[in-house]
Design a protein around this ligand. Structure first.
Ligand SMILES: [Zn+2]
Length: 274
């Protein structure tokens, strides 16, 4: 098999290359069901990949990978979900100890990449411990989208969710924003427009959830539904929605929820480009 040459110029995203490679995977999904089958990558990098698959996986879980057409095998770790498409979920996967030829792609020398490693200050959401953390390119791809990572906490002796530290306590942030006081007014990137309409949480079909839209903005939508969507759930949503027409579903994440009555919950959704 021919070895592909990675582009010479490395971007800030590291050495991620959009390429569809068939991978035999073996793992256990969120429901505890063992899955073994062939899936496709959406992109690959020296130490990881983004996989498209129907199953739901948990951050931190193990996944066994074998590149189809090669004998190359590796163990991977699911870093987190980075998107949703009509055909499945996208997951950032770190490939642990990949062989030089795991992807059959020659990447730029490792040294250049290490210099580009991003360091961020993260806080364990369970014990509030802060730690400066070096993110590899897979961590970064997940973190840029979800703004959080699941990783081991020494203090908690467990895998916990880590989030960015608010500006107030971050030295760099404090310097950049000297007038920040304890309570900041909630800043919105996009103005909201109150719009009473109907939306639909996909996938399209008889089981789709037709919902009442409360307001929309360029960055997201707020709707009410009788169904339960836990926070951080990835959804596909069409707003506005016309039954029977060709509706456009876009990927989004439930970022907040508020119980309005016994049967109705209001959800805030942030659109996510994937
Ligand atoms: Zn902790």
């Amino acid at each position: 098999m021919a070895v592909l040459e990675a582009p010479a110029s490395t971007t800030r995203k590291g050495d991620r290359i959009s390429i569809s490679i068939s991978v035999q995977i073996s793992c256990t999904d969120l429901a505890g069901v063992h899955f073994s089958g062939v899936v496709q990558t959406v992109n690959v990098s020296r130490n990881g990949c983004c996989l498209l698959l129907k199953q739901s996986l948990a951050p931190g879980q193990k996944i066994y990978l074998q590149r189809i057409g090669s004998g190359e095998e590796a163990v991977g770790r699911v870093v987190g979900q980075t998107g949703i498409r009509p055909e499945g979920n996208l997951y950032g996967v770190e490939v642990l100890n990949p062989g030089e030829n795991f992807w059959g792609i020659r990447f730029p020398p490792q040294k250049e990449l290490e210099e580009g490693t991003v360091r961020v200050l993260l806080k364990c959401s369970a014990c509030q411990n802060c730690e400066e953390t070096a993110l590899n390119e897979v961590d970064l791809s997940v973190f840029q989208i979800t703004h959080r990572l699941t990783r081991k906490c020494q203090a908690c002796s467990a895998s916990t969710v880590w989030e960015t530290v608010p500006d107030k306590t971050g030295a760099a942030g404090a310097q950049n924003e000297p007038h920040v006081t304890g309570k900041r007014p909630e800043k919105r990137k996009h103005p909201r427009v109150n719009m009473r309409t109907v939306g639909c949480v996909g996938p399209a079909g008889p089981r789709a959830d037709v919902v009442d839209v409360v307001n929309v903005s360029r960055g997201g939508v707020c709707f009410r539904s009788s169904r339960i969507y836990p926070e951080d759930t990835w959804i596909q949503v069409a707003v506005p929605y016309t039954p029977g027409a060709a509706n456009i579903f876009v990927a989004g994440r439930i970022v907040r929820s508020r119980k309005m009555s016994l049967s109705v919950t209001e959800y805030g959704v942030e659109y996510v480009k994937t």
